[in-house]
Design a protein around this ligand. Structure first.
Ligand code: DX5
Ligand code: ZN
Length: 218
């Protein structure tokens, strides 16, 4: 059974709590929160105060995707704000091992993200510290981009790599996920599907979630 993680990047920021409630009632599993700093990616979104404001509004797992430089400087702030899972990018971490260990030490789940150009081998020596691997199927920075199908084999290889290592990390896929691409990534081994525009730009987000789940095979 795949998990669905609607990304609030495509939600109505003026009515964020209402949009979160809608996807929670529709059976979303995680709430994917995209944090961008204008340096690691060419866009700026939200910071810890917005996460803290949403926390009392929802029981969903807060899946915080940090697309920022020096994420180690902000981990505590996002955990304090209510993150349940903090994901950092391999490409943004000079000391990835230390940063992942620190996230876990603070009592939340640790995730690590790979840009489309980054091979899964980058994770070889940190697998024991990882609860989730986020495979980007677009270049991070914006919602509504076109799915990069060339990344699908990376999901398969990552699944094999995790199995060989006896690692239990979840594989999450982010970027361009909808009813057309969900079957491809689910078949390749993804267990958590992020969907932003496909959910929030749909007239009926609850129906969009059901349709993506069905397309993924459940
Ligand atoms: C992209 C973000 C994604 C984005 C996905 O940088 O990490 O989470 O919101 O949006 P869609 O589903 O529209 O590609
Ligand atoms: Zn994301």
């Amino acid at each position: 059974m795949v998990k669905l993680a609607p990304s609030i990047l495509s939600a109505d920021f003026a009515r964020l709590a209402a949009d979160v409630r809608r996807v929670e009632q529709a059976g979303a599993d995680y709430l994917h929160i995209d944090v961008m700093d204008g340096h690691f990616v060419p866009n700026i979104t939200i910071g810890p105060p917005v996460v803290a404001a949403l926390r009392p509004e929802s029981k969903l797992v807060f899946d915080v995707h940090l697309m920022i430089e020096r994420p180690e400087n902000y981990i505590d702030d996002f955990i304090q704000a209510g993150a349940d899972l903090v994901t950092v990018h391999v490409e943004a971490c000079r000391h990835l091992h230390r940063t992942l260990a620190r996230i876990r030490e603070r009592g939340v789940r640790a995730g690590v993200a790979l840009n489309p150009a980054t091979p899964e081998e980058a994770l070889k020596y940190v697998l024991p510290l990882v609860d989730l691997v986020l495979v980007m199927t677009v270049n991070p920075g914006f919602g509504g981009q076109v799915f990069i199908s060339g990344v699908v084999p990376k999901i398969e290889r990552l699944r094999e790599m995790l199995a060989r290592a006896g690692a239990a990390a979840e594989i999450e896929v982010d970027g361009g996920i909808g009813t057309d691409t969900a079957p491809l990534v689910a078949a390749a081994g993804a267990g958590v599907l992020v969907a932003g525009s496909a959910v929030f730009n749909h007239g009926d987000p609850a129906r969009a979630i059901r349709e993506i789940r069905a397309a993924a095979g459940n």
